[in-house]
Ligand binder design. Structure first.
Ligand code: NAD
Length: 533
């Protein structure tokens, strides 16, 4: 059995390494210092099916270029700034991370930093430890109980901070335009509609959003001015969400009583302006640093990478085109059908079409994007020279300027559920439709308005001919001459004596010379060889 070769270029906790080592189908190379030698990585990466890194290994286009076997990159942690996601997606390489491994570590660090800032613990500690002073009056703090905590970003960490803050008798409000009100309500948290409202009402504000265009500099001088005098600010999320210069000014002026910061716009942050600010508690990005979280992350990433290599479902795909894998499961036979329709359409007439219409009839779910992706996967297979999969298909289609127009019609005709593809190009118009029989078996049921009952597999010849006797006989003798075995055929026609469409199922490839001979049969108007598997 060929083993999956996995390369780990940075330190990950033993639990993850042991898990990988114990797999019979894995050959592991664990070199925790390798990230320091990028050239060495470049020279060996072609041997590996999977790469596991932390934030120190530059996973670049250049690396992907050489990584001919690479199927998956696992980031043992959350941030994927060191990975060129577009380049990975273009090549169909899945990137997975472990976003949940350090949730509790970051949550608990937030609580620790909140209390440290409210009670000036580091200052009192330094005064006694370093200056040997017994200064009890100097260190007056504020209590958390009865105060309003404003949480910006109510995701995994934000919501867990809320639960803990409530145990401290705080009133908790949150701002997060991307979650449902019920999520906050369930935890006894009031979700406010506007950031301004949170800024005005909170005694302590903590940010727990990702760093995005929208959240970068989300808190600047302007926002700080709207806050209560003596507010306490925390950032345990990502550097740059709170503007550092503006926070420095506000700490100096006393508008902000205290701040607690674990993350900085530029790290390492040994000469950051905030290190000169009064009343600030800082830590060097250690929010995730607990033994438990390192173990969690290592185990999660090992499992994610194994699942990806074995073709099983992965939970934390960073560059997957859609998230709803449960829905994708239900749609599976239709995904197969959509892919076959794409493969069929591109070989007949649609390869030069820039706009393709997919009509979904009957209840194919609200989100039909997985079906579009599957269609594109089939379609692109014949027009690009790299392996196409569900991850890179939408990217490749975009690169090629191919767009899909979705039309949804709730009612089915003839079939309860149907997918119909139509395209126009200089090669003419083409439509093909299919359904799934018994919830399992994809079938092609219509080609250019002619009815068929075709299992989309194997090889076939699609012909357009004049419906007169003897055509199939002539065709059969040419195929026989070239030793091509006919496995079956189906004819579709609208009216006797007019144009007909035929599908000849064949067991072998039809040589080009045979196709040329078939084209010479006077009644044959068109012939195309199509491979569906
Ligand atoms: P999450 O994805 O579960 O939650 C983030 C929340 O922010 C989501 O609910 C999202 O809707 C919300 N959000 C996004 N844009 C927003 C906006 N403009 N305004 C308000 N809310 C917005 O993420 P998480 O696991 O809770 O992590 C939160 C942050 O903590 C991330 O930035 C993560 O990188 C960081 N983190 C830091 C450490 C550390 O070492 N300090 C450790 C773990 C995580």
């Amino acid at each position: 059995m060929d083993k999956f070769k996995i390369l780990v270029t940075e330190h990950i906790a033993d639990a993850g390494i042991n898990l990988l080592k114990s797999q019979p189908d894995v050959e592991l190379t664990y070199d925790p210092e390798l990230f320091r030698d990028f050239n060495k990585i470049l020279s060996i990466i072609h041997e590996y099916d999977a790469l596991i890194t932390r934030s120190g290994t530059p996973v670049t286009e250049e690396l992907f270029e050489r990584a001919k076997r690479l199927k998956v990159v696992g980031r043992a942690g959350v941030g994927v700034d060191n990975i060129d996601l577009d380049a990975a997606s273009r090549r169909g390489i899945l990137v997975v991370n472990a976003p949940t491994g350090n949730t509790l570590a970051a949550t608990e660090h937030t609580m620790g930093m909140m209390i440290a800032a409210a009670r000036q613990i580091p200052y009192a500690h330094n005064s006694l430890m370093i200056e040997k002073r017994w200064d009890r009056k100097k260190f007056m703090g504020v209590e958390l109980a009865g105060k309003t905590l404003g949480i910006i970003g109510f995701g995994r960490i934000g919501s867990r901070v809320a639960i803990r803050a409530k145990a401290f008798d705080m009133k908790v409000i949150a701002y997060d335009p991307y979650i449902k009100k019920e999520k906050a309500e369930r935890l006894g948290v009031e979700l406010v509609d506007e950031l301004d409202e949170l800024l005005k009402r909170s005694d302590i504000i903590t940010v727990h959003t990702p760093l995005t265009e929208e959240t970068k500099n989300m808190i600047t001088k302007k926002e700080i001015e709207k806050m209560k005098d003596g507010v306490i600010l925390l950032n345990i999320a990502r550097g740059g969400i709170i503007n550092e210069e503006d926070l420095y000014e506000a700490l100096v002026s006393g508008k902000v009583r205290a701040a607690a910061i674990d993350v900085f716009a530029k790290e390492p942050a040994t000469d950051n302006i905030l290190l000169k600010a009064p009343n600030i508690v800082v830590t060097p990005h250690i929010g995730a640093n607990t033994y438990e979280s390192q173990t969690n992350v290592a185990v999660i990433i090992a499992n994610q990478v194994l699942a990806a290599l074995r073709g099983e479902e992965v939970e934390f795909a960073v560059n997957a085109p859609y998230e709803d894998t449960a829905a994708a499961k239900v749609l599976k036979p239709f995904m197969e059908l959509a892919e076959k329709l794409g493969l069929f359409a591109v070989q007949v007439a649609c390869s030069r079409s820039k706009e393709i219409t997919l009509e979904f009839r009957g209840d194919l779910g609200e989100d039909t994007s997985p079906l579009v992706t599957a269609f594109l996967k089939g379609f692109l297979q014949k027009i690009v020279d790299i392996p196409v999969n569900l991850i890179n298909a939408p990217f490749l289609a975009k690169e090629k300027g191919i767009s899909v127009v979705e039309v949804k019609r709730p009612e089915g005709i003839n079939f309860k559920k149907l997918i119909r593809v139509s395209c126009k190009s200089d090669r003419g118009e083409f439509t093909i439709a299919g359904t799934v029989m018994d919830d399992k078996f994809p079938k092609i049921v219509e080609i250019n308005g002619f009815l068929f009952d075709l299992t989309p597999e194997g090889k076939l010849l699609l012909i357009k001919n004049i419906d007169v006797p003897g055509v199939i006989g002539k065709l059969g003798s040419i195929l026989g001459k070239y030793s091509v075995n006919i496995a079956g055929f189906q004819l579709g026609r609208t009216e006797k004596g007019k144009e007909a469409k035929g599908v000849i199922l064949v067991d072998d490839d039809v040589p080009a010379e045979a196709i040329e001979e078939i084209k010479k049969i006077p009644e044959i108007m068109e012939v195309k060889q199509i491979t569906l598997s």
